[in-house]
Design a protein around this ligand. Sequence first.
Ligand SMILES: O=C(O)CCC(=O)C(=O)O
Length: 265
Amino acid sequence: MTILRSQHISASEADYDRDGVVQVNGLFTSKEMDTARAAFTEQVRHDRAALGARDGLAPGDILSRYPRFMQPHRRADLEVGLLARRLMTDRRLLGVVERLIGPAYGAQSMFYFKPPTARGQAMHQDNYFLRAYPETCLAAWIAVDHCDAANGALSVVPGSHTMEVVCPEVADTEESFTTGLVRPSAGLRTVQTSMDPGDVLFFHGSLVHGSLPNTTCDRFRRSLIFHYVPRSSVEIASWYLPLVAADGTDRTIAAASGGGPCGDT
Ligand SMILES: O=C(O)CCC(=O)C(=O)O
C-alpha cells in the first residue's frame, strides 16, 4: 500500500486504482487536529445524545459514554457541525477526492472517539451501507490522534476493492461493536495502518477494512471520517441524503431502494 506526503499526491491515482487505498500524510496540520479533537471532546462530554449513534450498546459499555457521532455536518447549530461541514468541503481534501473519483458530493460525516478498551469495527465494505450507484463511494479517514495497532488503528486489505459488495457473515461482538463481518478473497493480505494527526487514508467503497479493539489503557483513537460519491451518482441510500456540494450547499438525488447484496427490500 502506498503512503505519500501531501505535496506528492500526483502519484496517487495509479496506486488507488491498483490497491483501492492510498494514505496521504500531512494533509491537515496537527494544530487543525487539536482544534477538532477539542471541539468533539467538548461536545461528547457536554451532550453526547445530540449526535451519538445508538448502535445497541449496553449502558456499561465504554462506547455508550463515547458513541460514534453520525452526520455532524448537518448540525449548523453546533460548533462541531460547522467544523465538520467546513472540513468535508476543504479544498485540500476535495482536491485528492477529485483526483481519485472526479467531481464529488459529500455523503456522510462521522467522528469516532474509540477510547481505551473500546471494541473495534469488524471488517466490512462501506458501499454495503451507502448503496451509491452506478459507481461506489470513497472514504476519507482522517487521524485525529496518533494511531497504530495498539489503540486500534484501521486495517485494510489492498486489492479487495475488486470484490463485489457481499452479504456479511456474523462478527465476533467481543471484538466488534458492529455485527457484520466480510472476509477478503483468499490470497489478499491485511495491512495494519499507522497514522499521525492530519494523515488521511482514502479508500474505495468495496475495500475490505475494519479495526480491532483499543488495547491501551491511556490512548484514545479519535478519527474524523467522510464519505464521498461521484457527482454522476444517480442514487444512494436515503440516510445519506441530502448530499453536500463543494460549495457547502445541499443536493439531492434519488434514494436507493431494495436489492442490496443480502437481498433486503
Ligand atoms: O474507524 C474505525 O474503526 C472503523 C471506521 C470504518 O470502518 C468506516 O468508517 O467505515
